[in-house]
Design a protein around this ligand. Structure first.
Ligand SMILES: *Cc1c(COP(=O)(O)O)cnc(C)c1O
Length: 388
């Protein structure tokens, strides 16, 4: 069980309003904020290099910490400045040529779809969405006949940006691996609210962010690349941290996941991310998952009782993202109306999830994503603010 009073005490801003945007950019606990600001101050006192040196051991231990969160080995972890940066670094390293196929789910995210379509165009590959089952998850039975040896990559979004759906990972990975395809899992909306265990899920590559459910700083991200996948990847965005310039004409690259890191990065944000991971681990991922699911289903129930409100979440087993519309009121207006009552939500539209929103003829939804630090009375407040 999460100690609500304790986590709320660690999150001063959660008392000032009803914060329902942990799928966008969550409120960090003071432990994260202190770490980031403290390091920036230290850099100002002694310079960035010496400040970095003082924290080397801790930063090195960070690979083990992230590995324990993700169920992988420390050398399978890389730190980056966003989930997108992680995803792109890994995707660019997947060899693709004319005639190759890439499969995606119908909840593919725009930030992945655009580079997928662009690269497919450049090399003469084809991107195909796998149909969803009636309940909303990717249909593994429909996936199987689409798989053949031309499929080099399956891009799988664990939890979409626009709703409470949770895609099945292990069964997709198992099917994809039968034809030798790599699976790139976008776990941006799952890490920090759901258990994401690389070993159990089997994905070759996992990308994630700090700023959402982990409650870390903006501009922080991470990447997991299985050792078994490394020899199949050709890292393209490399620098003097990814490799060593051995002679005027020779270089070597690292053979672990850190080949995907660049030398320059925000140490303060990395330390903040590590503080966020420590915070999540100390609460326990299972209690976090249970608390987030509780809040989200309580909110869905409340919203369903409001005349004119329709909840749109797909999936048999829903997580912390709640999506809804209000009859005759645009999502933006709903967001603004809620803001005047101290409730923070976001709007997500067709441009972020084209396949899914086009298929459902849903141009936009309001997204409410309560974390464990939101109390039930606050959810009641949010629902009351929508009552006509
Ligand atoms: C937010 C989001 C991303 C991108 O995360 P960044 O931190 O902006 O790089 C990727 N995929 C999904 C599903 C997201 O919701």
């Amino acid at each position: 069980m999460i100690d609500l009073a304790a986590v709320r005490a660690d999150t001063p801003a959660c008392h000032r309003g009803v914060f329902l945007d942990s799928a966008g950019s969550s409120l960090p606990p003071v432990q994260v904020l202190d770490e980031v600001i403290g390091h920036l101050r230290r850099e100002a006192e002694i310079g960035g290099y010496r400040a970095h040196d003082e924290r080397r051991e801790e930063l090195e231990a960070g690979y083990g910490l992230m590995a324990s969160l993700l169920g992988c080995e420390p050398d399978e972890v890389a730190f980056t400045d966003s989930a997108t940066r992680s995803w792109l670094a890994a995707f660019d390293a997947v060899p693709l040529s004319a005639g190759d196929r890439i499969l995606v789910t119908e909840v593919e995210y725009a930030g992945n779809a655009i580079p997928l379509l662009r690269r497919a165009d450049e090399v003469g590959a084809v991107v195909s969405p796998v149909p969803s089952a009636p309940s909303g998850e990717v249909d593994v039975a429909a996936l199987r006949p689409m798989l053949d040896e031309r499929v080099k990559l399956v891009s799988l979004v664990h939890v979409p940006t626009n709703g409470g759906l949770v895609n099945p990972v292990a069964s997709v990975v198992e099917a994809a691996h039968e034809v030798g395809a790599l699976v790139l899992l976008d776990a941006c909306q799952s890490v920090g609210q759901l258990p994401v265990d690389a070993a159990a899920l089997g994905a070759d590559i996992i990308s994630g962010t700090g700023r959402k459910w982990l409650r870390g700083p903006r501009g922080s991200g991470f990447l997991m690349v299985r050792r078994s996948a490394m020899p199949r990847l050709r890292p393209r965005q490399v620098d003097l941290h990814s490799g060593t310039w051995r002679s005027p004409t020779e270089y070597t690259l690292r053979d672990d996941a850190r080949v995907f890191e660049l030398w320059e990065s925000s140490i303060a944000d990395r330390l903040g991310l590590l503080a966020a991971v420590r915070y999540a681990v100390s609460l326990g991922i299972d209690p976090i998952t249970a608390a987030v699911r509780d809040r989200a289903s309580y909110l869905r129930e409340g919203l369903s009782s409001v005349p004119g409100v329709t909840v749109h979440d797909l999936g048999a087993d829903q997580c912390g993202i709640v999506s809804f519309t209000v009859d005759g009121v645009s999502a933006k207006e709903v967001q603004q109306r809620l803001a005047t009552r101290g409730v923070t939500v976001t709007v997500t539209g067709v441009l972020s999830t084209q396949y899914d929103m086009t298929r459902r003829a849903l141009p936009e939804v309001v997204r409410a994503s309560p974390h464990y630090f939101v109390s039930e009375p606050q959810l009641d407040e949010a629902v009351a603010a929508l009552m006509p």
